[in-house]
Design a binder for this molecule. Sequence first.
Ligand code: NZQ
Ligand code: ZN
Length: 380
Amino acid sequence: MKNFIFQNPTKLVFGKGEIARLNELIPQSVNLMVTFGGGSVTKNGVYDQVKAALKGRNFIEFWGIEPNPHVETLRKAIELGKSNNIDYLLAVGGGSVLDGTKLVAAGIASDEDAWDIVLKGFAERQIPFSSVLTVPATGSEMNGGAVITRAETREKFAFGGNYPHFSILDPEVTYSLSSHQIACGLADAYTHVLEQYLTTPGQSRLMDRWAEGILLSIIEIAPQIKENPHNYDLMADYMLAATLALNDFIRMGVTQDWATHQIGHELTALHGITHGHTLAIVMPGTMRVLKDQKEGKLLQYGERVFGITEGTVEERVEKAIEKTEAFYRSLGLTTRLSEEKVGNETIEIIANRFNTRGVAFGENRNVTGDVARKILHACL
Ligand code: NZQ
Ligand code: ZN
């Protein structure tokens, strides 16, 4: 196990009706701005619950943080926050509203342009913020990361360092999600675990078992959610699984991959494919191209998650990859670039972007532009 420092400061407030606690959770003395997406919260009752909980308090609202939040929109929120001396933010929405609000929190506390903060990779200062989460998927409600898009250049980058003060997770708010949003959310959470698990075996028994527990839980609930998306206990397990998949708990002292995510971000930036869906397309390709490097973990994953114990090493590895792709497809997602009409032209753009940036991802830092090209060819 590698050395590590663990500190997750976010208070998790979980369950039915817990949005009503907002008033007691947000300090009374703050000057508050509440941020929203495009309006789903006005249709499913979440906005009314937030308004009711904050009754009697002064606050301003910022609307219009879009999916894959644009820095161009967030600059407007930063301006509004600065001109109103805002010193506390509440994000109400999915990962995009939360991520966008993380940048707004950093931008209000800084004189730098918001995109420069993203490019630097971390926020030096930020005002405090909290969240009411409405999409289980990203883990943004209990982690320090945020992914921001610059629409004018079709670029999408992550920056870090900004945890919510608290996050309220009421599984009932998920009842209004479409089946596609749920499929993408489950694929995102599942892939977050793989990015932190599918590296080298023998680093930590404890991290491995936690990761496998989340994978097995997602595999178990996914078909049941399809049949019964308004079952409270199923949606509660889904929501908590997505949080635990990316809140630092399963990555203590182990190496991580994240190449699939980096390639996926490019597919979203260039073609607008939903984040979780890009991962369902790229992850099987990553597994295929890096199967020698990941052999030990693929065997362990195959055995413990899918019960694959028979056959040669090669056959078992291939079966584990096939089962993974079949799982993504069982959610209702396509898993091939060709099914999304994405081809060589895009593959070249992504490979060239990685090579120009001089980046190399993955647990061995060997996923360069040229390796990303191979991975994307395996996804065709
Ligand atoms: O904008 P509104 O009208 O609210 O509609 C949203 C949006 O159109 C809608 N929605 C949200 N809650 C709903 C709902 N519709 C019905 N019922 C509800 N309860 O859903 C749409 C998508 O929302 P979005 O926030 O974009 O989804 P998600 O939570 O999947 O977030 C995706 C973003 O998070 C980033 C992704 O790259 C992407 O930009 N990620 C953030 C991470 C992090 N912070 O750690 C890690 C992830 O790997 C990921 O990269
Ligand atoms: Zn993700």
